[in-house]
Design a protein around this ligand. Structure first.
Ligand code: SF4
Ligand code: SF4
Length: 374
């Protein structure tokens, strides 16, 4: 059967506009009541990457979270709001405050849950790999994932499938980066975790997205859309098209397709609402290291001494907070008097430092030849 996907215009984050667009998204899929029943525990999982204001477009907008929460409550179910931000735990309450999730909890009465202190279950894939997943994800009767559409310097794009990586509490995320240093291996980990936590429904906040060197250091990009589906892989395929990636370019999508977790082609996706081909979509700036990902592994090894892209620090932006030091899975960043210093010997280019720096102080430095390539 084809995957059904809803695309709805949403001009801004005004509450009434978001509420109406969310309602239409659900209606295109047969109504939220198809997925949510009275008294069920419904985990609503936004992307709460870091403790930043919603205007930075790093996190799922609180108005989207509020609208979905209220629809869940309308059906007599019990919403629980939770996600694990990137990196080691520096205070989930600060993340809730700054991302305005606390405000949503106050407006709706929904409970906030900290994955970091809720405990984990070990869950094993059919291939025998065990992952430690936050208990509230597994204990929920229904999971509604609220993804944010952004570019990503490691996985090129983060949307529906990658959002479930936040089911892993705190420091373990860094461990998984270390165990899977190559982008393709890491994409496999992301898909494994997704396969153990498949949401019943995913809604993508693509009203204001992120372009450039996301998921935290890029720039906000207006697209004015909400997308929804029970099929997260289909959503990623459409989202990648919206951003301007080529078909087959996103590793997580390819791996998920190989595992039989989503449609193999656009012909198997039935879209309802806006016609994607008729939308005047903005051109997204894609991650600056994208070209490196197109080079085959064997060639990359040979040319690495001459062609490289690696993280470095913009002195003027750095506040010496040491978040990057704490979160580097290979301990390649060391504390310094004015700013941390990199030792690239063991760096696996996981881009955690780039992703988690709250000040946009970590940038991608390119060798002279890499700059010429693009
Ligand atoms: S580079 Fe960013 S994360 Fe690292 S110390 Fe500076 S401000 Fe903090
Ligand atoms: S220095 Fe940055 S890119 Fe390199 S391993 Fe550490 S966190 Fe990852």
């Amino acid at each position: 059967m084809d995957s059904q996907l809803s695309i709805v215009g949403c001009v801004d984050y005004t509450y009434s506009n978001v509420r109406a667009a969310v309602k239409t998204c659900f209606e295109h899929l047969g109504g939220l009541e198809r997925f949510v029943k009275k008294d069920q525990r419904v985990l609503i999982k936004p992307n709460l990457l870091s403790a930043k204001d919603p205007s930075r477009a790093i996190t799922t907008h609180p108005t989207v979270v509020r609208a979905v929460t209220e629809w869940v409550q309308k059906l007599g179910a019990v919403p629980i709001l939770g996600d694990s931000p990137g990196g080691v735990d520096r205070g989930i309450r600060r993340v809730w405050e700054n991302t305005k999730l606390s405000e949503v909890a106050g407006q709706t009465g929904a409970k906030l849950v900290a994955f970091e202190s809720a405990g984990v279950y070990g869950k094993t894939t059919p291939e025998g790999k065990t992952y430690y997943i936050a208990k509230p994800v597994i204990d929920a009767d229904v999971i509604i994932s609220l993804a944010k559409l952004k570019t990503h310097t490691l996985t090129l794009m983060t949307c529906a499938v990658k959002n479930m990586f936040g089911s892993i509490p705190g420091f373990r995320k860094g461990e998984y980066h270390k165990e899977a240093p190559k982008p393709k291996d890491f994409a496999q980990v992301v898909v494994d975790i997704f396969s153990l936590t498949i949401p019943h429904l995913t809604l993508v906040d693509a009203v204001v997205c992120m372009e450039g060197d996301g998921p935290s250091s890029g720039d906000p990009k207006y697209a004015g859309l909400l997308l929804a589906s029970t099929d997260a892989v289909a959503l990623d395929m459409v989202a990648a098209k919206i951003m301007g990636f080529k078909e087959g370019e996103i590793d997580t999508t390819l791996i998920a397709q190989e595992k039989g977790l989503g449609p193999k082609s656009f012909e198997q996706i039935e879209t309802r609402g806006e016609n994607l081909d008729q939308l005047l979509l903005p051109k997204f700036v894609l991650p600056s290291n994208r070209v490196m990902k197109m080079i085959p592994d064997f060639l990359l090894k040979l040319i690495t001494p001459f062609v490289w892209v690696r993280p470095n620090i913009l002195d003027g932006n750095c506040t010496n907070c040491n978040i990057c030091v704490e979160n580097c899975p290979t301990k390649s960043i060391h504390e310094g008097e004015k700013r941390p210093n990199f030792d690239y010997t063991n760096c696996i280019n996981c881009m955690c430092c780039h992703e988690l720096c709250p000040e946009k102080a970590v940038y991608l430095e390119k060798s002279r030849i890499a700059k010429k390539i693009g």
